[in-house]
Design a protein. Structure first.
Length: 86
């Protein structure tokens, strides 16, 4: 199965293929996986308070994420005999 990726906007419930793929024959079997944005794009700029709240929320989400690698940063980077990162 061939895989393509493109971004578009729904128009009356229809997703149009890019011109490159419009020559595909009718009734060709396809599998459609639709990824939609969690929320609509912000149309007005955020003020300083809204930006701060968004940054703090990202920090809360990161802090709540599980630790996947228990090694220290020094162990992860690794150093050679001269103390330079390897």
């Amino acid at each position: 199965m061939q895989s393509i990726e493109f971004e578009t906007r729904l128009q009356d419930g229809v997703i149009h293929l890019p011109a490159l793929y419009r020559n595909w024959r009718d009734n060709r079997p396809v599998k459609v996986i639709l990824l939609a944005a969690d929320h609509e794009s912000q149309t007005t700029p955020l003020d300083a308070t809204q930006r701060l709240c968004a940054i703090l929320e990202i920090g809360r989400l990161c802090a709540a994420a599980p630790e996947l690698d228990p090694r220290s940063t020094d162990e992860i980077i690794g150093y050679d005999a001269n103390g330079l990162p390897t």
